[in-house]
Design a protein around this ligand. Structure first.
Ligand code: PLP
Length: 380
């Protein structure tokens, strides 16, 4: 029986018969840095690890400025605000994503428009985006407007699904043509490269997550990546209550947010980042092992990285034959100690977003009926 063979392969790969989907590993300076925070009492909003994590991440990703946040969701919320998204704007994004993408734009009072994904990336399709824009939008006074709703289409948020980069060059070209700001939801793609460059550094802003299930974790946390240093400085100011620097006075010059990551979380991040390349290498080794193994299994296809990319393979995915096979696979693996999960319920099927415009979502629905995520933790 095929499913038994799959479970046995996964048990052997991870060396256990209770295999979680994605758990963190702590093999470096985590305890040392955390103890340092406690010993020096710098556990909260001030401390050297926050600055260090930001500069280490800017160096690692190759962006000009990195700004920490309390979560990836906060990072997305702030990124959209800084990209100029306002109440009643439209934001084009994917229905195939984690809820945080849509929550973040909803906090501003903006409306999502759901664009289909590409079959080779599982991320937003620049071709589908262009088709939707050509049929539904016009440029007026330098802004993109949805002809039917009259609303401004201000930003585009593609998501690098499971760490696989979208077709970024084509996405940039479409966004430029239609005067739309590009904000990358790179929450899942730390360590993923597109043509050798880190995801999250192509758009106006890129948002990362360091939640416990991600490739590196700070317990909870997020980050914004900027190439525009001034915008990065503004982000830092607004995420720290917009306090005007002064040794003792409390003056604030803007509506601010308490979105700054505490030092204790940043300490964890610094220690984790020291091993990122080992983690990504391990994940890619696991993906290679899966790829070879699934060639021997009928009717289950392993999803591989797109061309010109290095994916971090944050979560490995297989494609089943259809919804029945997907459900049987989920039932069998979870009954036998191997944690697997379907893709998120599509955003356009949730009560908050079911009224929102979409382009038919042919590939999105195809994936929703077939994808299952399989165990993907770093093996070190
Ligand atoms: C695609 C995507 N966007 C945003 C987030 C939000 O990140 P966080 O959980 O850190 O708020 C996540 C992960 O959790 C995610 O997978």
């Amino acid at each position: 029986m095929q499913f038994e063979k799959i479970v046995s392969f996964i048990n052997d790969l991870f060396g256990t018969d209770k295999v979680p989907l994605s758990v963190p590993v702590f093999i470096g300076n985590e305890k040392k840095y955390l103890n340092e925070c406690i010993d020096t009492t710098f556990v909260s909003s001030v401390g050297k690890f926050v600055d260090r994590f930001e500069s280490d991440m800017a160096a690692y990703t190759g962006c000009r400025r990195a700004v920490v946040c309390v979560s990836g969701t906060n990072a997305l919320h702030m990124s959209l605000m800084l990209a100029g998204v306002e109440r009643d704007d439209e934001v084009v994004t994917q229905a195939l994503t984690f809820i945080a993408t849509c929550n973040a734009l909803s906090y501003i009072g903006a409306h999502p428009v759901f664009i289909d994904v590409d079959k080779d990336t599982m991320g937003m399709s620049p071709t589908a985006l262009k088709e939707w824009l050509v049929s539904n939008c016009e440029i007026k006074d330098g802004e993109c407007r949805n002809i039917r709703t009259g609303r401004r289409v201000k930003a585009c948020v593609p998501m690098h699904t499971f760490g696989h980069p979208v077709h970024i060059d084509e996405m940039i070209a479409v966004c430029e043509e239609y005067h739309i700001e590009l904000v990358e939801d790179a929450a899942e793609s730390i360590g993923s490269l597109y043509k050798g460059k880190h995801t999250g550094t192509f758009g106006k802003i890129g948002a990362l997550s360091f939640n416990g299930n991600k490739t590196i974790t700070t317990g909870g946390g997020g980050m914004m990546l900027f190439n525009d240093e001034e915008l990065g400085s503004l982000a830092k100011h607004i995420t720290t209550q917009a306090k005007v620097p002064h040794r003792w006075e409390f003056r604030h010059d803007h509506i601010g947010y308490n979105y700054r990551m505490p030092n204790i979380n940043a300490a964890l991040g610094c220690a984790q980042l020291e091993h990122i390349e080992e983690y990504v290498a391990s994940k890619r080794e696991t993906a290679k092992a899966y790829e070879e193994f699934f060639k021997t299994i009928d009717d289950v296809e392993f999803f591989t990285e797109p061309a010109d990319c290095r994916s971090n393979y944050w979560l490995n995915a297989v494609i089943l034959n259809g919804r029945d096979a997907q459900q049987e696979f989920l039932q069998f693996t979870n009954d036998h100690g191997v944690m697997t999960r379907p893709i998120w319920e599509l955003m356009n099927r949730l009560p908050m977003f079911e009224h929102c415009e979409n382009d038919g979502l042919e590939n999105t629905i195809w994936f929703a009926d077939r994808v299952v995520n399989i165990p993907s933790s770093v093996r070190i």
